[in-house]
Design a binder for this molecule. Structure first.
Ligand code: GLN
Length: 307
């Protein structure tokens, strides 16, 4: 048997199962989003988690075969892809890197910032970055991103077309308002292709295994991409949970990114990645069960990056 070299690999399945059961219980206080009909139909009790340690241990619990759209959990990977393809200057000419104190789809935040999206982890930033993805249309852009990610992570992300239909069934006025404001400020050229690309990449879907594998790209980041991985992890730590990010850094101290589907990805430098799926969200739009589980793991194993 391998000697564990990471703290994460000392976690026992029994302990994980006990926390996950309590996480499901606590998630009853959360809400599933109403603005995408298929997300509103998600199984509120559904729960899956997969944990990868750098020393090769994989621990899973729950319905790990379930696939779900990444939604905003794709944002760190849009950022990583563009940093690698276009470089830092092109990316940060287009988006800022400061935390936001308002919700992820806030127009007032964008207006305060004179139309420059504050960071890549909120909708305005990701919509602006979607417009930079190479490709002649949204389908090709998403395909380019998907191929690159699947190659880097050895994951099997796919576009959930039914979810995309559901996203498109109820046009998202808030995202439209953000896109139009960015066209006005000059940070976006074509709002249609940007939104179409953004919606499509948010529907890139997979299981907790796929999400954990994506996380391991950020943890292991080979030489060619390691600097970009560091940038992405820093932005996850400061902006990944929107206006809750600073409080989360104090309590848990792990770079993380959530999505409205209930996806939550955490990456622990030098340790590994934790991917979970639990649909009910708190008021900031972060998975209640996922956050609870992560806090237990972090506190018990002393995984805060500030420890
Ligand atoms: N597609 C979603 C939206 O634009 C993503 C937001 C999220 O996951 N927080 O509303």
């Amino acid at each position: 048997m391998k000697t564990p070299t990471s703290k994460l690999s000392s976690l026992q399945l029994e302990q994980l199962a006990a926390w996950a059961t309590e996480a499901i219980n606590r998630s009853k206080s959360g809400q599933v989003p109403a603005y995408v009909p298929l997300l509103a139909e998600a199984d509120r009790q559904g729960f899956s988690v997969q944990i990868w340690s750098i020393d090769g241990q994989i621990l899973s619990w729950g319905s790990v075969a379930t696939t779900f759209p990444l939604m905003s959990a794709v944002k760190p990977f849009v950022l990583l892809y563009l940093l690698c393809e276009l470089g830092e200057k092109a990316v940060f000419d287009c988006v800022g890197c400061d935390p936001s104190e308002l919700p992820f789809n806030s127009l007032p935040q964008l207006e305060t910032d004179k139309g420059k999206p504050r960071n890549p982890m909120i909708n305005s930033g990701a919509i602006a970055l979607a417009s930079l993805i190479p490709g002649e249309n949204a389908v090709v852009r998403c395909q380019n991103l998907r191929n690159w990610l699947n190659q880097q992570a050895k994951s099997q992300l796919f576009v959930d077309e039914l979810m995309l239909d559901s996203v498109n069934a109820m046009p998202n006025q808030k995202n439209w308002d953000l896109a139009l404001a960015m066209v006005e400020s000059g940070y976006l050229q074509n709002s249609e292709i940007a939104l179409e690309t953004y919606n499509r990449v948010c529907c890139l879907s997979g299981s907790v295994e796929d999400l954990a594998k994506l996380g391991m790209v950020l943890v292991n980041g080979g030489e060619a991409i390691s600097e970009n991985c560091r940038t992405v992890k820093a932005l996850m730590a400061t902006c990944g949970l929107y206006e809750a990010s600073a409080r989360f850094a104090l309590r848990v101290g792990i770079p993380a990114k959530s999505g409205v589907s209930g996806a939550l990805l955490s990456v622990i430098p030098g340790e590994g990645a934790i991917a979970s799926y639990s649909p009910p969200l708190n008021k900031e739009g972060n998975s209640v069960g996922g956050l609870f589980l992560l806090e237990q793991i972090s506190k018990t194993l002393r995984l805060s990056v500030f420890d």
